[in-house]
Design a protein around this ligand. Structure first.
Ligand SMILES: [Zn+2]
Ligand SMILES: [Zn+2]
Length: 708
């Protein structure tokens, strides 16, 4: 009877052994010692022993005997098998029974792996006939086949190891290798999978790689990893966004990026070592061009031309490459180093290329190897992931500008700026560059701000139906809350509330600042907070069900960039913005449609320094609004100005004609206005007098051709 040996011993012995039962019951306090003396308790009934066995095997269905009657039958026979000495090798004269019981009892069962326990089967047990065959074989119940396999295996191991050299240290490994080599094709034939692979699968081993393959695979994985890191940092061009928000210059970005490259000294050292190796012939010089046959261009014609140029000694290789249309035959691309290709092609055809461009050779580029700083390496053939370069950033930005992802506003107020640079030859050259300022239309700002505020949930904009359904009391309450008069008819109040709540005010802020020695003007704008348009702090807190205090005004009044451009605080510079601003403001006279509601926007407040404020109000400069100088009659004012002769300068673009007048001019101006200047000797007194006569008036508004 071929029954699992563990079942045999557990049924016949362990089910009545209190040591084993204790061991089973206390999984956390199991002693590590191997020999636990069994204490058999003969008073345990068969019924109890069946229960014990069922408990031991409740996780292993192949080992269970659920039927008590069947269990009783089996127990009787198994008892005989395990106990009777005749069933053991040598009739148990060498203590084989004890060895057998000690190997297959409950304690040992609990020590083998869970995976193996699941493999044991009550009948025809595989692990008992293979894994445990060396012990199983001492019992006569062992199957003939198992014994045969065992004997065969012993023979194979012996035979194979006998033909191998006798170095004990590696013999085991070599025998195994030899066995594998023999078994591989046999397995391949029968199971379409080598023994090696099948064994690896059976033992849950990862496939064995050759050391070189392992390194290669690791490198591939690391390289993939590196690319993933780079891609993750540049996904959706977040790196460009970060860069633009950082305030860094492109140069600074590249400079910082160079920290990830080898130092110049190291790179020079490496290049030198490489050069020496090349000279010794230890390594081959890396060509920066492919086989010349891979490039399409008229080679004969080129060689003729280059020979004719030798006398002159000056060649522009890049231009020649363009002329000959050097093309990569395989890819069809124009190689970036086409000039270098021609240079090397000429060299290869025996032309003394060093005789060309001798004036440039000072830089050493044609003679010495250019030192290229490589990226720092994590290991051989693996460089550290580096951020994208400014050059790439610029490309991305250009593209984003073109498709409108990045909006810079409209160009206004062109100014000619002189930028000076020093040429290669050492000459100072001046280039005139037109620089534009940028304006982001108020309408655009307003719409984006409204949607931002709506998202924040603080914007109060209601449709017509809302106002129609308000009761008189509600309207009155709301108006009172907003500090408005309420002694009007219901309909009037309704209309009033609607207008008040749909009217927004804009604040403008204006200042000058220097950035890198250039003067800039900057206009910022923001919607003003008003309880008529936005929730109050309390309302917001109640609605948002938050205990934290929120300042709604600070959410609303977030400054938005309106205009930014180069501008000195000179009048002529400042006034160049007036035109563009008025054009933009004109659009605000129309209502702004937000959703299906028309909103009114009014420019209400302006903050900035003195001159800036005057430009805004047009009181003294700009000439767009009547001024506040005290002279009420426009015609009187005009006469006052044109009585003199300096005002004519206005036509030449001088905005403030009464400023910086010479002493004689001051006298003329005053005399022409009937002031006796005889007793006024000092220039400062003359200026004071003129200012007084003109009522401090310097605004040429009424003298413009088109007073606005
Ligand atoms: Zn078994
Ligand atoms: Zn005035």
């Amino acid at each position: 009877m071929n029954i699992c040996n563990f079942a045999k011993v557990i049924i016949s012995r362990s089910t009545k052994d209190s040591t084993s039962i204790n061991y089973f019951n206390n999984p956390h306090s199991r002693s590590e010692q191997n020999t636990l003396t069994p204490v058999y308790n003969s008073s345990v009934s068969l019924k109890q022993r069946h229960e014990n066995y069922s408990l031991f095997m409740h996780k292993y269905p192949f080992m269970q005997i659920n039927n008590f009657k069947l269990y009783c039958q089996k127990t009787a026979r198994i008892q005989e098998y395990v106990t009777n000495a005749k069933y053991y090798e040598n009739r148990n004269q060498g203590g084989e029974r004890e060895t057998f019981i000690n190997h297959f009892n409950l304690i040992q069962w609990l020590k083998i792996s869970e995976t193996e326990r699941k493999q044991h089967k009550l009948e025809n047990c595989m692990p008992c006939n293979t894994t445990h065959i060396d012990i199983s074989k001492i019992h006569k119940s062992v199957s003939e086949t198992s014994i045969q396999i065992l004997n065969l295996s012993e023979q194979i191991v012996e035979n194979v190891s006998s033909i191998l050299p006798t170095s004990t240290a590696t013999k085991g490994k070599k025998t195994a290798q030899a066995l594998i080599n023999v078994l591989n094709p046999l397995f391949e034939n029968q199971f379409r999978k080598s023994f090696e692979k099948s064994a690896a699968e059976a033992l849950h081993l990862s496939p064995i790689e050759k050391s070189a393959d392992k390194v290669k695979n690791e490198l591939t994985l690391l390289k993939k990893n590196k690319i993933q890191i780079i891609e993750a940092t540049s996904v959706n061009d977040r790196d460009v966004e970060n860069f633009l928000a950082s305030g860094k210059s492109f140069k600074q970005h590249d400079r910082e990026r160079m920290h990830l490259y080898e130092s110049k000294a190291n790179a020079e050292k490496e290049t030198k070592i490489r050069l020496e190796k090349e000279q010794k012939g230890q390594v081959v010089h890396k060509k920066h061009h492919g086989n010349f046959s891979n490039y399409t261009f008229n080679k004969e014609e080129f060689l003729v031309e280059i020979k004719s140029l030798m006398e002159k000694g000056i060649v522009n290789w890049t231009r020649l490459a363009k002329k000959y249309d050097v093309t990569n035959t395989i890819t069809g691309n124009k190689p970036q180093n086409a000039g270098q290709v021609l240079f090397m092609f000429a060299k290869a055809n025996g032309i003394d290329i060093m005789s060309f461009n001798k004036h440039k050779a000072v830089s050493g580029r044609d003679i010495l190897r250019r030192v290229r700083r490589p990226k720092k390496k994590i290991m051989k053939k693996l460089s550290i992931p580096t951020p994208r370069s400014s050059k790439t950033f610029k490309e991305v930005i250009k593209q984003k500008l073109a498709d409108g992802t990045i909006y810079l506003g409209n160009q206004i107020a062109p100014k000619t700026v002189i930028s000076s640079s020093i040429s290669k030859e050492g000459n100072l050259t001046e280039n005139k560059v037109i620089v534009y300022s940028r304006i982001i239309g108020l309408q655009k700002i307003i719409l984006s701000e409204l949607s931002r505020l709506q998202k924040s949930g603080i914007l109060l904009v209601h449709n017509d139906e809302y106002y129609d359904t308000l009761t008189e009391d509600e309207i009155r309450q709301r108006l009172q809350f907003l500090g408005e008069e309420t002694n009007a008819s219901c309909q009037d109040m309704r209309l009033k509330l609607k207008v008040i709540e749909r009217t927004f005010k804009l604040k403008m802020w204006h200042d000058h600042s220097d950035i890198l020695n250039h003067s800039y003007v900057n206009f910022m704008t923001t919607i003003l907070y008003d309880a008529a348009n936005f929730m109050t702090d309390n309302e917001y807190q109640t609605l948002a069900r938050t205990t934290s205090t929120t300042n709604v005004q600070s959410i609303v009044e977030k400054p938005q960039l309106y205009i930014l451009g180069r501008s000195a605080s000179k009048d002529i510079d400042q006034i160049s913005y007036t035109e563009a601003r008025i054009e933009d403001l004109k659009q605000l006279t129309n209502k702004i449609r937000y959703g299906d509601i028309d909103l009114i926007f009014k420019l209400r407040l302006f903050s900035g320094d003195g001159p800036a404020r005057q430009f805004e109000a047009g009181q003294q400069r700009g000439g767009n609004f009547s001024c506040i100088c005290g002279v009420e009659n426009l015609e009187d004012r005009r006469k006052l100005v044109v009585e003199g002769s300096s005002w004519i300068k206005i036509k030449d673009g001088i905005i403030n004609p009464f400023q910086n007048l010479k002493k004689e001019e001051l006298i003329d101006e005053l005399e022409e206005r009937g002031v006796d200047t005889f007793h006024l000797n000092l220039k400062s007194r003359l200026q004071e007098e003129l200012t007084s006569v003109l009522h401090g008036y310097v605004d040429p508004c009424i003298t413009y051709d088109t007073p606005r």
